[in-house]
Design a protein around this ligand. Sequence first.
Ligand SMILES: CSC[C@H]1O[C@H](OP(=O)(O)O)[C@H](O)[C@@H]1O
Ligand SMILES: Nc1ncnc2[nH]cnc12
Length: 286
Amino acid sequence: MIAVIGGSGLYDIDGLNDAEWVTVETPWGAPSDQILTGTLDGVKMAFLPRHGRGHVHSPTEVPYRANIDALKRLGVTDVFSISACGSFREEMAPGDFVIVDQFIDRTFAREKSFFGTGCVAHVSVAHPTCERLSDAAEAAGKDAGISIHRGGTYLCMEGPQFSSMAESKTYRSWGCDVIGMTNMPEAKLAREAELCYASIAMVTDFDSWHPEHGAVEITDIIATLTGNSAKGRALVQRLPALLGQTRAACPHGCDTALEYAIMTAPEKRDPALLAKLDAVAGRVLG
Ligand SMILES: CSC[C@H]1O[C@H](OP(=O)(O)O)[C@H](O)[C@@H]1O
Ligand SMILES: Nc1ncnc2[nH]cnc12
């Protein structure tokens, strides 16, 4: 089952057969909204608007753990994140899409793990995105005629304010390509939940480093978002046919990320936390 998490400007997707908004409860609280389920090209799909319909959750307040748990609970295996972002690169212009493959996490006010006291786990996020899904996203974007860049480092800031010029220039000097406020901890949690995750970042602006573009203004972003979300919808339509109706195990090991990750001795594990981990870590906790 393929999931799409839609960011700013993308609050539903088109063309689903048997489309239905379903309520999913999780031990981590309520997800951002109901989840739109259905099939496309014979493949089961789920769509979750990250900020909720009507854009009610700020980047800090998005219930990231509930969102990932709810998708896992529904039977999702593959997650495509779609996000608006600013750009640090002249060649990554507003209207372009970037298939992100690395992150720098500068967020500080979010719950970043399903694990903790009573069940400690350490997964690798050296390669936080899935090549198989990124290949599909790139192919879908190209087929939809989108100017698409493969590979890029996404700086995730806490927000909700945009960066100062000094911050923007610093991130650019670090080699970051794009900036947004939501892919962390989402990508880390997807890895903990053994979900394949790809990130499609839609450029809306040049952040504030660019001498000819000045400050980021939300009015400019919203103007670009409208065009971007139409392109995002076109890309999503092409994903199920590219991935097909049958799914083999992830060749990159995303779906076995927890295999050796849990450190806490079985007799020291907290039953209450184990119960909450039923969907996310049921495969390894039994
Ligand atoms: C509308 S501009 C700022 C806002 O947009 C992005 O959200 P998302 O990643 O969900 O598309 C960005 O990260 C900020 O949250
Ligand atoms: N410049 C920017 N900084 C952070 N998040 C963004 N989302 C869209 N543009 C952004």
